[in-house]
Design a protein around this ligand. Structure first.
Ligand SMILES: NC(=O)c1ccc[n+]([C@@H]2O[C@H](COP(=O)([O-])OP(=O)(O)OC[C@H]3O[C@@H](n4cnc5c(N)ncnc54)[C@H](OP(=O)(O)O)[C@@H]3O)[C@@H](O)[C@H]2O)c1
Length: 504
C-alpha cells in the first residue's frame, strides 16, 4: 500500500483555498510535473463523475496522458479524484479545514491499495517522484494563494508545447518580481504578436532558447511591448516610474503577453507624443529586424542611403512594412512586392514601385538593386539574386533555417548544418558577385531611438490588424497562424481597452 500525505497552512479563507484547488485546471500552476489538466466534458467543476485529461511528466521526462475523474466532492471541504494510472490506481484526497477567518489547513493525501509484484516497484517509483513534487507543490500553492493583487501579474502561460487552444492559459499565479540592476518593470498597455511567438508555442527553437535561459516552463511568450514604467532597478538612469515606454524584449521565458514585464532599461525608449500604445507595441521587433537586414548593407547606412535601390519582398508584412519605411526614411529608392490586395497599403507606406504577386513580375523589370530583403518567401531566392547589382548587391533574408536545424540536429551539429546551408547560398550568389546575409532580430538602442524619432514625426507607422484582450490569447495566436491577419495582431491586458479599440 502506498500512502503519501502532507499538510500546509495557508493565510487565506478556506473558501478561497478550496475554490482554487478544486478548479483542477489550475493544477499545472502549483503542482510540479502536471503540465496539462483540461476538462474533458461540459460538466461543472465539482460534479461527481466529471473527467479531466491530464498530462503529467514521468521519469525520465516522458509525458504521460492520464484520465482523471472526480470521485467525491463536498463543497468547500473535500475533493477526491481518481487518476486512471495503472497499475497503481491511486486516489488523491484534498481537504480544506478552516482554522480562522484567514487561516486554512490544506491536507493533501495520496493512497493506492493495488497488489502485485509489479505494483510494489511502481509504488517505490511513485513515492520517489511524488514526495519532492508534493513539498514544492504545497509551497507553490501557499505562495500563489497568499500573494496580494499587487504581488501578482496576469500572464499567458504554457507548461508544454502544442496548439494554442490546448496549451495557453491566462491566470494570475505568477509573482510580480522587483526589477534587477539595469532593469525596469513595465505595466503593459499593449503588446503585439510575432510569428516567433506562434512558432515557439509549438516548440520551435526550444533547444537554443533553453540553453540561453530563455526557454523552459512555465513559458510566457511575447517580445513587443508598450507600457508604463512601474519600478526601476538599481543603476537605471534616464527612465523613471510613470514614463510611457516601448521596445522589444529579446526572446525570453517571461515575455510580454502579460500584465507586467521586466526587461532591460536599455531595451525600451520613451513613446513619442501622438503615438498610441498599440502602434508603439506593433513596431519594435519588426523594425529592429528590418533595420538589421538593411542598415549597414551595401550603401545603406544610418546616415542615409545615397542613391541606394532597395527591394523589399512582402512589403505589407510586419518586417516588410518597416523595411519599406526605413529605406524611404533614409532616402533610398524602394520597390516592394506584396499580395494584390495590399498594393495600396504598400504605396501608402511610401514605396516607389509596388509589384503585386501574380500580376507583376519584379524579376523581369528590376535590375541593379543594392539590397533585396527577403521577408516572405525564400523560394524566390534566385529571382531576387537576379535583380541585384553584380559585384556588390546583397541578398538579406529574415527567413533561414538556423533554429530549425538546431531543433533537429542539436546544439553541435545544428549550427554546422546551418553554416553549410549559408555557405551554399553564398557560393550560388558569388557566381553573380552578390553577397548573402542571414538576418536576426537584434536589440539596438540607437535604432530604437531612431524609430521613436521617426514615429513621433509620423514618418513610420505600423499596419494594424485586430485587437484581442490577453484572456483571448489563444484566439489571437490562431488568427496570426491562420495567415488571415492583415497587419499586426495587438494584445491588450485590459479587456475593456481591447473591446474599445476593436470596436473602432
Ligand atoms: N530572423 C529573425 O530574427 C526574424 C525576425 C522577424 C521575422 N522573421 C521572419 O520573417 C518573416 C516575415 O515576418 P513578418 O512578421 O513580416 O510576417 P508577416 O507579417 O506575415 O509578413 C509577410 C508578408 O508577406 C506576404 N507574402 C507572402 N508571400 C509573399 C510573396 N511571395 N511575395 C510577396 N509577399 C508575400 C504575406 O502575405 P500573406 O499573409 O497573405 O501570406 C505577408 O503580408 C517570417 O517568416 C518571420 O518568422 C524573422
Amino acid at each position: 500500500m502506498l500512502v503519501l500525505a502532507d499538510t500546509i497552512e495557508i493565510a487565506r479563507p478556506a473558501e478561497a483555498v478550496f475554490a482554487f484547488v478544486s478548479h483542477l485546471e489550475n493544477y499545472p500552476d502549483w503542482f510540479p510535473g502536471v503540465v496539462q489538466m483540461r476538462s474533458a466534458d461540459d460538466l461543472p467543476d465539482g460534479t461527481i463523475g466529471k473527467r479531466y485529461n491530464e498530462i503529467a511528466v514521468v521519469p525520465p521526462g516522458r509525458e504521460e496522458a492520464v484520465s482523471v475523474e472526480i470521485a467525491e466532492f463536498e463543497r468547500g471541504r473535500r475533493l477526491v479524484i481518481h487518476p486512471d494510472l495503472a497499475p497503481v490506481l491511486p486516489k488523491f484526497t484534498y481537504e480544506v479545514v478552516e482554522r480562522g477567518a484567514e487561516r486554512t489547513e490544506f491536507r493533501w493525501r495520496c493512497e493506492a491499495r493495488a497488489r502485485g509484484a509489479s505494483v510494489a516497484l511502481a509504488f517505490r517509483l511513485m513515492r520517489a517522484v511524488l514526495r519532492p513534487r508534493l513539498r514544492a507543490g504545497l509551497g507553490n500553492l501557499k505562495r500563489i494563494l497568499e500573494q496580494s493583487p499587487e504581488q501578482k501579474i496576469t500572464a499567458a502561460l504554457q507548461w508544454r508545447f502544442g496548439p494554442p487552444q490546448e496549451v495557453l492559459r491566462v491566470n494570475d499565479t505568477r509573482p510580480r518580481l522587483p526589477p534587477g540592476p539595469g532593469e525596469v518593470r513595465v505595466r503593459i498597455l499593449a503588446a503585439s504578436l510575432n510569428h516567433i511567438d506562434v512558432m515557439r508555442m509549438s516548440g520551435y527553437g526550444a533547444r537554443l532558447f533553453r540553453i540561453r535561459k530563455a526557454g523552459g516552463f512555465p513559458l510566457t511568450l511575447g517580445t513587443d511591448v508598450c507600457g508604463v514604467v512601474e519600478a526601476v532597478g538599481s543603476g537605471v538612469s534616464g527612465c523613471s516610474a510613470g514614463d510611457m515606454v516601448f521596445g522589444a524584449k529579446p526572446p525570453s521565458r517571461d515575455g510580454t503577453l502579460a500584465s507586467h514585464v521586466i526587461l532591460a532599461a536599455e531595451h525600451v525608449v520613451a513613446v513619442p507624443e501622438g503615438l498610441s500604445p498599440e502602434s508603439a507595441a506593433a513596431m519594435p521587433y519588426c523594425f529592429l529586424t528590418a533595420w538589421a537586414g538593411l542598415v549597414g548593407q551595401g550603401p545603406l547606412s544610418d546616415d542615409g542611403a545615397g542613391d541606394a535601390r532597395v527591394f523589399v519582398q512582402g512589403g505589407a508584412g510586419g518586417v516588410g512594412s518597416m523595411a519599406v519605411q526605413i529605406a524611404k526614411a533614409l532616402g533610398a529608392h524602394v520597390a516592394a512586392s506584396c499580395r494584390a490586395h495590399e498594393v495600396e497599403a504598400v504605396q501608402a507606406l511610401g514605396a516607389d514601385e509596388v509589384h503585386p504577386v501574380g500580376s507583376s513580375d519584379y524579376a523581369a523589370s528590376l535590375r541593379d538593386y543594392d539590397i533585396a530583403l527577403c521577408s516572405a518567401d525564400p523560394s524566390e531566392f534566385d529571382r531576387m539574386l537576379g535583380i541585384l547589382k553584380k559585384g556588390g548587391g546583397v541578398f538579406a533574408t529574415t527567413i533561414h533555417p538556423t533554429l530549425a536545424l538546431v531543433d533537429k540536429h542539436g546544439l553541435l551539429l545544428g549550427p554546422i548544418k546551418a553554416k553549410r546551408v549559408l555557405a551554399e547560398q553564398r557560393r550560388e550568389a558569388s557566381k553573380l558577385g552578390v553577397g548573402v546575409q542571414w538576418v536576426l532580430f537584434q536589440p539596438n538602442r540607437a535604432a530604437l531611438e531612431r524609430l521613436a524619432g521617426w514615429a513621433g514625426q509620423g514618418r513610420i507607422r505600423p499596419i494594424l490588424d485586430r485587437h484581442y484582450p490577453l484572456r483571448d490569447i489563444a484566439a489571437a495566436m490562431i488568427r496570426l497562424a491562420s495567415g488571415e491577419a492583415r497587419g499586426k495582431v495587438i494584445i491588450h491586458p485590459d479587456t475593456e481597452q481591447a473591446r474599445l479599440k476593436e470596436a473602432r
